[in-house]
Design a protein around this ligand. Structure first.
Ligand SMILES: Nc1ncnc2c1ncn2[C@@H]1O[C@H](COP(=O)(O)OP(=O)(O)OP(=O)(O)O)[C@@H](O)[C@H]1O
Length: 529
């Protein structure tokens, strides 16, 4: 057994995860493998399962394969992997599981059990895991009509609470994230489900997130003040969750007794449904309304779920009236959420609504440098620049690329240089080259002309916006298989004749204007190489 450093083990485990993800059905992977937290003890890999149930299952079904893969990856050298129940020190960045998911502890208080892994398991039935065995296993996001399920369990689980358990499962915390801030009050634990690595210190501020960052900082210093609620919206993987946790972590560090809770909106819905089924809605209300700060992620999941919206509306009002801070994130502007009640949309706008945009090149480079520094990796400037130039879609993908490079470097013992990066990311880049999307084109064009992506889709007709828009339309026609009407639709619902006109205009300008010719050529090169 020659594992030397935690980073080496991390790299191995990350790669092993890649193999397992490839081999196993997604459901199995998400249920059993993803929640495992890797750490190193005496040079050995320790996989910490959220509870004994998962531990036994993993040992029984997957451990042998895990050992085989690790040993293949490490030249036959890994001989032992331990699987334990309960948390151990996580050692890699949040990328290991992209979204911090609330995984409260197994528990029951006076007949109510609290928390279960958010699993969609096909396997063994257990009193511990009501969601796993209930009709609610189908995620609300994939089944908008099924807001209520048939009662199938005697256990209700609320996040942030824990256990005096009568069921056979241990009360070990269930978390695939670093869990902190556990308070014990009257024998009941409160957990925040904050990811301790998502702090202001690890967040890179740039033009694209300046306002959101400033607002978050303000709130961290003055929670429950005039910026309540804070509503952060923007595309995937742009740091909304990170910022929200940063506020939570700050509040919690200022006051360790503060009851701060992070919860994904799917989880809120699931808990509420469970509470209704079990006639425990009053406990549910008390629990949420007793918080000092509530952070709810991805509230677009409330769309179409009327009863949940109703409950959330009351919780929301109660919290605001009590001066408790709320932070909400969403993938779009509140008014654009179809299926959300008007009164909620308008309430969301009562505090401060801020957008996060895709980061520009400089910020992407800075983020990469910061992530590399966090993982103790020396990333040369030109290497960071290259990755940042190539991966533009979102920060999560940027991190993914960096992790891949770092893992490869650990396995091969190679230094991270530009040629090494090109080699490591070869297939990813090739894949990306094949996948030029209209969105990608819009983002690249917006960045090139230093305008906002939303401007490209807007009705604004000033030359500084209209010309880049035409360029983006022409590039979309040239580089994608979309029809003119489809392209028009993707540019803020424009008519196909507008797209046709743009294509003709840009073709003409390329012959008469050196600037446009140059711009078009640069953009084409950047999108296709
Ligand atoms: N400005 C930033 N500085 C440092 N890390 C960042 C920044 N923006 C995003 N990240 C990182 O990118 C990853 C994705 O961020 P996050 O989960 O906050 O995205 P999100 O906007 O909530 O996406 P989603 O809508 O998919 O939930 C995280 O690991 C986060 O740390």
């Amino acid at each position: 057994m020659t594992l030397v450093t935690g980073v080496t083990v991390t790299g191995l485990w990350q790669d092993c995860l890649g193999h397992l993800q490839h081999e196993l059905p997604a459901q199995q992977y998400n249920t059993w493998i993803r929640p495992l937290i890797a750490s190193t003890e005496n040079g050995q890999l320790v996989l910490s399962a959220p509870n004994r149930f998962v531990k036994d299952w993993v040992k029984d079904k997957y451990l042998q394969r895990i050992q085989e893969i690790l040993s293949e990856l490490n030249g036959g050298r890994i001989t032992h992997v331990d699987v334990t129940a309960g948390e151990s020190r996580p050692m890699f960045s949040p990328q290991a599981a992209p979204r911090p998911e609330p995984r409260p502890a197994a528990s029951s208080v006076e007949g109510f059990a609290f928390a279960a892994p958010r699993v969609e398991a096909e396997e063994p039935t257990s009193t511990f895991s009501p969601i796993a065995s209930s009709p609610l296993k189908e995620s609300p996001s994939t089944n908008n009509n099924n807001e209520f399920g048939r009662q199938s369990s005697s256990n209700l689980i609320l996040p942030g609470q824990a256990s005096f358990n009568t069921d056979p499962m241990p009360s070990a915390p269930v978390s695939n994230k670093p869990k902190r801030n556990v308070q014990v009050e009257g024998g009941i634990q409160h957990q925040s489900f904050l990811n301790s690595t998502f702090t202001f210190k690890t967040f890179v501020e740039g033009k694209s997130n300046q306002l959101a960052h400033a607002a978050a900082k303000q709130i961290a210093e003055n929670a429950g003040g005039s910026y309540n609620p804070l509503f952060i919206y923007g595309g995937v993987g742009l740091g909304k969750t990170h910022l929200m946790h940063a506020v939570g972590n700050h509040l919690q560090s200022k006051n360790p007794n503060a009851k701060v809770l992070y919860v994904h909106s799917e989880r809120f819905v699931q808990d509420m449904v469970k509470a209704l089924q079990l006639n425990a809605i009053n406990e549910f209300k008390r629990f949420y309304r007793g918080l000092d700060a509530l952070l709810i992620d991805d509230i677009q999941f409330f769309a179409g779920k009327e009863r949940s919206q109703e409950e959330f509306f009351h919780t929301f009002n109660a919290l605001l009236e009590g001066g408790q801070q709320m932070i909400l994130t969403c993938d779009r502007y509140p008014k654009e959420i179809n299926g959300l009640e008007e009164r909620l949309k308008s309430r969301f706008g009562w505090g401060l609504t801020v957008a996060v945009e895709p980061p520009e090149l400089e910020t992407r480079v800075a983020i990469l440098m910061k992530k590399a520094e966090q993982t103790g990796v020396n990333l040369p400037d030109d290497a960071a620049f290259f990755i940042a130039q190539k991966i533009r879609s979102n920060v999560r993908e940027l991190e993914g690329a960096l992790k891949r490079v770092v893992a490869n470097s650990h396995f091969t013992g190679s230094e991270i240089t530009l040629p090494f990066i090109k080699e490591s990311l070869k297939d990813l880049l090739a894949l990306q080259d094949k996948q030029v999307s209209v969105e990608n084109i819009q983002r690249t064009v917006a960045e090139y002309y230093k305008i906002k992506m939303s401007d490209l889709l807007s009705k604004r007709r000033t030359r500084s916006i209209a010309r880049p828009r035409q360029v983006a339309m022409a590039l979309s026609k040239e580089l994608t298989n979309h029809s003119l009407p489809e392209i028009g639709e993707l540019f803020g619902g424009r008519d196909h004749t507008t797209v046709l006109h743009a294509c003709r205009k840009i073709k003409e300008l390329q012959e008469t204007s050196a600037d446009v010719r140059e711009d078009y050529k640069n953009l084409l090169r950047s999108l296709t190489t």
